[in-house]
Write a protein that binds this ligand. Structure first.
Ligand code: HEC
Length: 175
């Protein structure tokens, strides 16, 4: 006969595994694109490419449009990870161009010199890069002119800028 006491570790184990499931599931349930959106803001893609990804003039020079970009997923990953030499598109991979590291375009800062892209303020892990690319591909790339719905999806329905945008749209103006 198994005494009830012998079941205690088993019960404890069950309770603990339930806790693990409860704690872990929201993290895994979060779609990569929505994590990507917070990275898009945190890593300040938004500062240069704007919330809508349309780019344009910014403190980082003229950032290309991520709405109009024809880059493949691999190319997007490469540009975000390694930046783009001789432009203001920063690299987000911590070890890029450092010392003997030539993972990016087969180059390091010694070989690129002044053409070395600027270092991003926030480095991103490969997982973060993949998440931000998920976001760019699902919400920005190929989306055409930014619309009121895009604005609300980004900032929320109460955002003043979206209300202004709705007014402009109803006046027939283009943003
Ligand atoms: C300091 C400003 C700045 C920041 C911050 C920045 N970018 Fe850029 N980005 C640029 C500029 C400038 C270019 C244009 C480079 C060129 O002329 O080829 C560019 C180009 C790109 C391109 C290439 C587009 C194409 O069609 O060739 C992609 C993709 C891109 N950025 C994504 C991102 C993402 C995602 C982030 C955030 C993780 C980000 N950028 C952060 C300035 C910035």
């Amino acid at each position: 006969m198994v005494s009830p006491l012998n079941n205690v570790p088993m019960r404890l184990w069950l309770v603990l595994s339930l806790c693990v499931v409860l704690v872990a599931s929201p993290i895994h349930a979060e779609p990569s694109a929505s994590r990507g959106k917070s990275i898009y803001m945190k890593a300040n893609c938004v500062g240069c490419h704007k919330w809508h990804g349309g780019g344009g003039g910014s403190y980082g020079g003229v950032a290309l449009s991520l709405r109009a970009t024809a880059l493949s997923r691999e190319a997007l990953i490469l540009v975000i990870r390694c930046g783009r030499p001789a432009t203001n598109m920063p690299y987000h991979y911590r070890k890029a161009y450092k010392d003997d590291n030539r993972e990016c375009y087969g180059s390091n800062s010694a070989s690129l010199g002044d053409a070395t892209p600027p270092r991003a303020h926030h480095f991103l892990s490969d997982r973060d890069v993949a998440a931000v690319v998920d976001y760019v591909q699902s919400d920005i790339q190929g989306r055409g002119t930014p619309s009121y719905d895009d604005c609300v999806a980004f900032w929320g329905v109460d955002a003043r800028r979206c209300k202004l945008m709705a007014q402009a749209e109803s006046n027939g103006e283009k943003q």
